[in-house]
Design a protein. Structure first.
Ligand SMILES: [Zn+2]
Length: 131
C-alpha cells in the first residue's frame, strides 16, 4: 500500500500512523503523549489542527444527515424530529470522532513531513523508556 493511504488507514482504525502500533489512548478522550511502540510524538503541535478537523468532520456529518433526511422525507420532511436530532448529533459527533480526528491529523503531519524521525529516536531515547 502506498504510504499516504497507509497512514490514513492506520489512523482511521485508531493505530499509530507511523508504525501501526496500538495503545495510543488511555481512554477515548485521552491520547498518550507518544506512541508506546515507536515513540512518535502524538500531542505536540497538533492540538489546534486536530480539534479543527474534528469540528469540520462533525459539521460535514451533520450536513450529510440533514440532506439525507430531507431528501428521503420529501415532500414532508420530519421537521419536528430534525429539531432535536440535529442538535443532538452536533453534541455527539465531535465526541465520537475525537480520537479519529486526532490520529488523522498526526497522519496528515506525517504526510507533509515524511522524513521526520519519531521524537524518541531523534532525542536518542529508546521506545521502551517513553512509556
Ligand atoms: Zn508508533
Amino acid at each position: 500500500m502506498a504510504r499516504r493511504p497507509l497512514l490514513a488507514a492506520r489512523a482511521l482504525i485508531l493505530r499509530c500512523p507511523h508504525c501501526g502500533g496500538t495503545g495510543l489512548f488511555r481512554h477515548w478522550w485521552a491520547m498518550r503523549e507518544t506512541c508506546p511502540t515507536c515513540g512518535l510524538s502524538l500531542a505536540a503541535g497538533n492540538r489546534v489542527g486536530a480539534n479543527l478537523l474534528n469540528l469540520v468532520a462533525a459539521e460535514f456529518l451533520l450536513m450529510a444527515f440533514l440532506a439525507a433526511v430531507i431528501v428521503c422525507g420529501w415532500p414532508t420532511p420530519p421537521w419536528s424530529t430534525l429539531e432535536w436530532a440535529a442538535p443532538l448529533l452536533m453534541l455527539i459527533a465531535p465526541l465520537v470522532l475525537y480520537p479519529v480526528s486526532k490520529l488523522l491529523f498526526v497522519a496528515f503531519d506525517l504526510m507533509l513531513h515524511p522524513d521526520a524521525a519519531p521524537d524518541a529516536v531523534a532525542h536518542g531515547i529508546s521506545a521502551d523508556s517513553s512509556r
